[in-house]
Design a protein around this ligand. Structure first.
Ligand code: ASP
Length: 179
């Protein structure tokens, strides 16, 4: 079975609100990567996914130490395991494009690295995180994704790090690649 590494950093995808109808008033970065994985049982049929928690914060609070840790961990994981299919990173959307671009400059391996977030907290009715995570894993496992650098998967779309940007602060289709 394919092996994937899931690096969890926090964000709304790991966020919780007091009730399921609350979409905007929540705390980002509360659930661990294991819980995000457990919310999508279908993932177990796709790959053997090991989870590591790099941070669990709102992405506005990511530090250079977190970014250094991400770069080092991805490089080490690819070097240590030639059979590792790819890496998925769960991340807050506010600085997702910055992390994608940093990794684009720092990671030199054809295997897919896919960043994924969510616009609704994990506790929300129709939370978008679980489907986004499923699709991020599907992309990370696809041979078609090899050699395209860092990818961002959100709301059924695949974006490249060079172009992707967050254009909206509400709604699940918040990312686009203008031009
Ligand atoms: N404030 C959140 C973050 O960037 C927003 C999100 O994830 O959508 O961590």
């Amino acid at each position: 079975m394919n092996r994937l590494l899931l690096l969890a950093t926090g964000g709304t995808i790991a966020g919780c609100a007091e009730n399921s109808a609350t979409l905007n008033n929540y705390t980002a970065g509360l659930l661990g990567g294991d819980a995000l994985l457990a919310a999508v049982p279908q993932l177990q049929d796709l790959a053997k996914i090991s989870v590591e928690q790099i941070a669990n914060v709102d992405s506005a609070d990511l530090l250079f130490a977190h970014w250094r840790g991400l770069v080092a961990r991805i490089r080490d994981a690819f070097a240590a395991d030639p059979e590792l299919a790819g890496v998925v990173i769960t991340h807050g959307t506010n600085t997702l494009e910055e992390t994608a671009w940093l990794l684009q400059l720092m990671i030199d391996d054809p295997r897919p690295v896919v960043l994924v977030g969510a616009m609704r907290p994990a506790t929300a009715l129709s939370a978008d995180g679980p489907l986004n995570l499923l699709q991020a894993v599907q992309v990370a496992l696809s041979s078609d994704a090899r050699g395209h650098g860092m990818l961002v998967v959100m709301d059924g779309q695949i974006h490249a790090a060079q172009r992707v940007t967050k254009l909206a602060t509400q709604g699940v289709g918040a990312f686009a690649s203008p031009g």
